[in-house]
Design a protein around this ligand. Structure first.
Ligand code: PMP
Length: 321
């Protein structure tokens, strides 16, 4: 009974939050609860959309909300939309301005997640891609995505990664996330926190919605962009921070499955999860099973950069207020 009451309370709260929030849809700012599309929409039927995920970090001392690397996210979206032949409603600068307008309308004063989706909007049956496009942008509060206080357990998925010549993972296409969802659900059903997905050739690609890094004998290693990964902005940020703050070059090369088992440290990274240390893979402890020293240092640098504590990297942040 107590559980039911708590669940009802959460639902009520979610409803209240949603009722006060706005979203962009078809070029207009509308109430989030009114931001609806037809069941006939092409993207809903066939997964023909391209999306992004950005984060905003609230700094209470400066009473400022900073969006992390928005230009890089929207530039990636612009490139990805070319693959699906979707026209965006605005330039990269215009999309940044829309984001600011949305967050101001929502009076966001906490850490948030921002989700733009550009999609094929024709209302008809048939997979052919035509030129009707639409765009939506919404934001939801997001604090911690995965447990940060303990390293997570990962497994090698029995599902293989979608391939560039099937559904290109670099394009962040909505339909491609069925692959991630299957891998992630299987991992959780089997008692793991996350899945690591291999390519068809058996090399490591990435986790369901995160890139992967290994530490081996002091070297930082990550799969190359040609190994069916999303070219992550967190991945690029870590490569840059490691080079300039720790003097550590990242080796980008194919990674074998068993290199994971013998790694000294492994961490996953992405906008949502930030940096998650991996304590075990397929029930084999990584290092001593605890968060490694390099993972800890990189996580601290990343946290300082996204929260505006590193003057040198303020250029990555877009203030909202
Ligand atoms: N890989 C996949 C499949 C993802 O969905 C994400 C999340 N966007 C990432 C990696 C991490 O990318 P980013 O650092 O740009 O969020």
């Amino acid at each position: 009974m107590a559980g039911l009451t708590a669940a009802r309370e959460i639902k009520k709260k979610e409803k209240e939050v949603t009722a006060q929030q706005y979203a962009f849809l078809s070029g207009r700012l509308v109430k989030l609860e009114d931001a609806k599309i037809s069941v006939m929409t092409h993207a809903f039927n066939y997964g023909t959309g391209v999306f992004e995920g950005l984060r905003g970090y609230y700094n209470p001392e400066r009473e400022q909300l900073y969006v992390f690397r928005p230009r890089d996210h929207f530039q990636r979206m612009e490139q990805n939309c070319k693959i699906l032949k979707i026209k965006l409603p605005a330039s990269v600068d215009g999309l940044c301005a829309m984001t600011i307008e949305l967050l101001r309308a929502n009076r966001c004063r906490e850490d948030i997640y921002i989700r733009p989706i550009a999609f094929k909007s024709a209302r008809r049956i048939g997979v052919r891609i035509d030129s009707e496009d639409d765009f939506t942008l919404f934001a939801v509060p997001l604090h911690q995505y995965l447990a940060k206080d303990r390293p997570i357990s990962a497994c090698i998925s029995s599902w293989r990664r979608v391939e560039d010549n099937a559904i290109p993972p670099r394009a962040k296409i909505c339909g491609a996330y069925v692959n991630s969802a299957l891998a992630s659900a299987e991992a959780r059903d089997n008692g793991f926190d996350e899945a690591i997905i291999l390519n068809d050739d058996g090399h490591v690609s990435e986790a369901a919605a995160m890139n992967i890094f290994l530490v081996k004998r002091g070297c930082l290693i990550t799969p190359p962009v040609t190994d069916n990964i999303l070219e992550g902005i967190t991945r690029a940020t870590i490569i840059e921070l490691a080079a300039f703050e720790l003097g550590l070059e990242t080796e980008e090369r194919p990674i074998d499955r068993t290199e994971l088992y013998s790694a000294d440290e492994i961490f996953l990274c992405g906008t949502g999860v930030e940096i998650a240390s991996v304590g075990s893979v397929d029930r084999r402890p990584i290092g001593d099973g605890q968060t490694g020293e390099l993972t800890r240092r990189i996580r601290k640098l990343y946290d300082d950069a996204v929260r505006g504590r590193l003057e040198k990297y303020m250029g990555w942040l877009m203030p909202v207020y």
